[in-house]
Design a protein around this ligand. Structure first.
Ligand code: ADP
Ligand code: MG
Length: 240
């Protein structure tokens, strides 16, 4: 009896779902994690302890990458209304924990008060860009601008309406980005950093696009880089 297997088999992409992959990885990771913890607890040999520490760190890294991939694969936006100033304060706090020496200068359009977006996810998107700016900057300062861009609107031609766009710019005075690297940005796992995951920009882009927005970058090598997130200012009746 000869069976043509291809007739029965769905393609690999359909078979391969990320949550089951993550589930399969979880058990071995837990064992690696637990065993290294055990070594750390039992051994007093400095060298062995150091090795166990490295294993633990790298396991954390794998977990972190897998969490990010999972989040990317099943991202859903939950809109709520929130105050933009409180949002910025929280961003500053989170920045301070990682980069206590870097000053974030903020300029915000006075008319901006509350916005409607997925607060957690927008936070993550902006935070990823701020982190990159901090890693690139040279003078201990980065800037954040929040405004409504009057020149750009989110237009729905079919239903004949247009929404203003919120513009969030993150500006640094780092080395800038060469054209060759610029073309590779937003590619999963692309990183020029020693310990980079190359997922920060991919996540920021996905979050922005799920908000029906877009992300732009402009950079002058030697002078610095600006990343801009644009998302439509959703009307309050979206929530009702
Ligand atoms: P990671 O930060 O882990 O490297 P990202 O996706 O956040 O991953 O960024 C990818 C790459 O884009 C970085 O490794 C860096 O080369 C480049 N990049 C991002 N932001 C900046 C910036 N503000 N200035 C210079 N290069 C940047
Ligand atoms: Mg990054």
């Amino acid at each position: 009896l000869i069976i043509n297997v291809d007739e029965f088999r769905p393609n690999l992409e359909e078979l391969f779902d990320i949550s089951s992959f993550q589930h399969e990885m979880k058990n071995p990771l837990t064992v690696i994690d637990g065993t290294s913890q055990l070594i750390l607890a039992k051994s007093s040999d400095e060298y062995i302890r150091k090795c166990a520490g490295i294993i633990l760190n790298e396991t954390e890294r794998i977990k972190h990458i897998m969490q990010n991939i999972r989040m990317l694969s099943e991202m859903e936006i939950e809109y709520s209304e929130f105050n933009i100033l409180a949002f910025l304060e929280e961003l500053k706090d989170s920045l301070y924990v990682l980069f206590p020496d870097i000053k974030l200068s903020v300029q915000i359009e006075p008319s901006l008060e509350n916005i409607i977006a997925d607060r957690k996810k927008l936070f993550m998107a902006v935070n990823n860009l701020i982190k990159n700016a901090c890693e690139a900057q040279k003078t201990g300062q980065i800037s954040l601008y929040l405004s409504i861009d009057p020149t750009i609107k989110y237009i729905n031609k079919k239903e004949n309406w247009a929404l203003p766009m919120l513009k969030i710019s993150i500006i640094d005075n780092g080395p800038g980005i060469t054209e060759e690297i610029l073309n590779r940005l937003f590619t999963p796992f692309f990183s020029t950093k020693n310990r980079g995951t190359g997922l920060g920009l991919v996540i920021a882009k996905e979050i922005t696009e799920k908000h029906k927005g877009r992300i732009e970058v402009s950079s002058t090598p030697g002078t610095g880089t600006s990343f801009m997130i644009y998302i439509p200012m959703m009307p309050t009746d979206l929530l009702t």
